[in-house]
Write a protein of this length. Structure first.
Length: 186
């Protein structure tokens, strides 16, 4: 600063040294806030301790130093995470659990199981009645074939087809009989 400008502005050396002292104290305060803004065990905090051991204080680092920038970014991320966690805690409301009577719970479970068994029995009944109808038709067809077997066995082609049909009906009857659904126990 030139002497002419200093005289015109009325700035003295003591004012400049006071400003320099204020700037240094602000730098120390900012460095301390950066250090304290990081959790214990953070790698940047460990690096800051090493720098402090060498320099005596982090305020001696020039503005924009990579360590200071990294510490500032880490501090902001840490604060954002803390804020996010507190917001989540606020949104998750803990409700008081209602005590459930054991007898009421057992009765409700039994009623639900009875309803399920009733629906199961009804569905099994419908399927089994359809199977019984199909089995009845197979037995009728088997009887009609046995009544007319003598006539049908005259032609060799019909004899082969009748034999194949008997095996098919026997297999179908066995398969349908084994496919009956059992009803649920009460």
């Amino acid at each position: 600063m030139s002497v002419k400008i200093a005289k015109k502005l009325g700035v003295s050396g003591s004012m400049l040294s006071a400003a320099k002292d204020v700037e240094a104290s602000l730098a120390r305060e900012e460095a301390r806030s950066l250090e304290n803004g990081l959790p214990e065990g953070h790698p940047l905090r460990n690096e800051a301790e090493k720098q402090k051991a060498m320099l005596g204080d982090l305020s001696g680092l020039p503005p924009g130093h990579p360590l200071l920038r990294a510490m500032q970014a880490a501090k902001e991320r840490y604060e954002q995470q803390i804020q996010k966690d507190t917001e989540q805690k606020k949104t998750s409301v803990v409700r008081k659990a209602h005590r459930v009577d054991a007898d009421v719970a057992r009765r409700e479970a039994r009623r639900a199981e009875d309803e399920r068994n009733e629906r199961l029995n009804e569905a099994a009944g419908h399927i089994n009645s359809g199977l019984a109808g199909a089995l009845g038709e197979i037995k009728k067809l088997y009887k009609v074939m046995s009544d007319n077997e003598g006539i049908l066995n005259i032609d060799p082609i019909c004899r082969v087809k009748v034999g194949r049909l008997k095996r098919l009906l026997f297999a179908a009857e066995r398969g349908l009989s084994e496919s009956r659904l059992s009803k649920a126990r009460a």
